[in-house]
Design a protein around this ligand. Structure first.
Ligand SMILES: CC(=O)N[C@H]1[C@@H](OP(=O)(O)O)O[C@H](CO)[C@@H](O)[C@@H]1O
Length: 386
């Protein structure tokens, strides 16, 4: 079975995390999110994959290669200018012409039964099947009105207040018949949700919906990213330790996934679910609370507390720091006695001086140096990155 993954977007709402990498390469459990997606597709029998690339194409191609290590074959197509979702897939038409294919976003984190959706599409005569989820507030999505026979009669992209006629939200996962290519103009900006679906419905062409069961999110912003990490951590099967591990008289409670050569000092407590990469060193009297991931080559010094936070690689956290609900990108340094409040995002190689507080939901861009004793209440941008 074939699948097309759209990976061209710039991920501006996820800045500063998308300066160093494209959105599909943001780590979830210390592994690029698109790798999780491809592993899931492979498991479900989608072995023939085409990826549409734009922003930072090389990073994705370098990481995934021809797909062999995931048990799939991957082809790539490149977008020089923005073609929209359907326009981007049209660009990959030569790989997708001969049988129905699935479309997904490179930022999707999910555990849905995609094979079931594909099979459902095959036994109906609709041209497109849209994966739908019932959600409380669907304003950020396309919404659909579906009858008992799964036929969609109305579709509206990002409804405004007073326009929400349904809480069935489009996941942006579609199974498409190749004949849709005849309706998508080449080399033109054209979207599934804004252009193709309304056009098809106005011509009475058949679009079906299928209520998806399971977990799905698109990692569009920092809050969705934290949610996605949480889900994946909830599914950690148990405790795995990749190799050498040393912990003095500390309390370690699973589930945990530890890379090679992690060390933990005295009187620390590590309470899973937690994932830690290789060669990370954790000091004495440190509390690392549930729903945390720490990458490789990090140092967490004595007396610090890390709760529900996502720390990438080569990060140093000084002593007596409080880090809560935060995301810290590669190579950042948090000096002693700092407090990072809930929702903080620290960009790559940023340095936070001693005794500083970064207040909730603040973003610090790459390489910014925050002076000692600063109380940061507004985002700090780095002009050279704008
Ligand atoms: C124009 C377009 O394709 N919109 C899609 C798409 O929205 P974005 O905001 O573009 O990510 O993905 C949503 C699901 O993530 C889906 O609900 C919506 O219909």
């Amino acid at each position: 079975m074939k699948a097309c993954i759209m990976c061209g977007g710039e991920g501006t709402r996820l800045r500063p995390l998308t300066f160093a990498r494209p959105k599909p390469s943001i780590p979830i459990l210390n592994k690029s999110s698109v790798v999780h997606l491809i592993e899931h597709l492979s498991k479900e029998g989608f072995n023939d994959i085409v990826i549409t690339l734009g922003y930072m194409a090389d990073k994705i191609e370098e990481e995934l290669g021809d797909g062999r290590i995931f048990g799939v074959h991957i082809d790539y197509v490149y977008e020089d200018e923005k073609l929209g979702t359907a326009g981007g897939v049209k660009n990959a038409e030569k790989y997708l012409r001969d049988e129905p294919f699935m479309v997904l976003g490179g930022d999707h984190v999910l555990n849905l039964n995609l094979r079931e959706m594909y099979r459902f599409h095959e036994i109906t005569d609709s041209l497109v099947t849209i994966g739908l989820l019932s959600i409380d507030d669907p304003r950020e999505f396309g919404i659909a009105d579906m009858d008992v026979n799964n036929r969609i009669h109305r579709f509206l992209e990002k409804p405004g207040s007073g326009e929400i006629f349904s809480n069935l939200a489009s996941t942006g996962i579609y199974v498409c018949d190749p004949s849709i290519f005849d309706m998508i103009p080449a080399d033109t900006k054209y979207d599934f949700a804004k252009d193709l679906f309304p056009d098809m419905l106005s011509r009475d062409m058949k679009i079906n919906g299928l209520l998806a069961r399971g977990k799905w999110t698109d990692v569009g912003n920092a809050a969705a990213y934290r949610q996605a990490q949480r889900w994946m951590l909830e599914e950690l099967p148990g405790t795995t330790i990749a190799g050498q591990f040393s912990a003095k008289d500390s309390r370690i409670t699973g589930p945990l996934q530890l890379g090679h050569n992690v060390s933990v000092g005295s009187n620390s407590a590590i309470v899973g679910p937690i994932v830690i990469g290789e060669n990370t060193v954790i000091g004495d009297n440190v509390l690392i609370g549930p729903y945390t991931t720490i990458g490789s080559n990090c140092v967490i010094e004595n007396d610090s507390r890390i709760l529900s936070s996502y720390i990438f690689n080569d990060v140093t956290i000084g002593s007596n720091c409080n880090v809560s609900g935060s995301i810290i990108d590669n190579g950042a340094k948090i000096s002693d006695n700092c407090s990072l409040e809930n929702g903080t995002v620290i960009g790559p190689a940023a340095v936070i001086g001693r005794n500083s507080t970064i207040h909730s939901d603040i973003r610090i861009w790459p390489e910014i140096k925050v002076e000692e004793g600063t109380s940061v209440k507004e985002d700090i941008l780095n002009e050279s990155y704008v």
